[in-house]
Write a protein of this length. Structure first.
Length: 83
């Protein structure tokens, strides 16, 4: 093999290793938390160009659903008092 072919082979090998290493370093996907989901919903209704009344109505619905979820999660975590 001549020098040019060896250099080309080395460059291709190094490029392949770099690409494979880059693919392996991506973080694992995870589900959104409840707070992140609520924030995404609020941002979504802000971009929809709703009237102020419709925006406020949808915002209240989202916030009410979030507060109900927090209450239900808290109720599940706390043990019942047995007497």
């Amino acid at each position: 093999m001549n020098t040019t072919a060896r250099l080309l082979l080395a460059a291709l090998t190094a490029s392949a290793i770099a690409v494979l290493a880059g693919c392996a370093s991506h973080p694992e996907l995870r589900p959104y938390t409840a707070e992140e989901t609520r924030q995404l919903q609020l941002e979504s209704i802000q971009r929809q160009g709703l009237s102020l009344d419709e925006y406020e109505l949808r915002k209240r619905v989202i916030e009410r659903a979030a507060s109900q979820q927090v209450v239900s999660e808290t109720a599940e975590v706390q043990p019942a008092i047995k007497g």
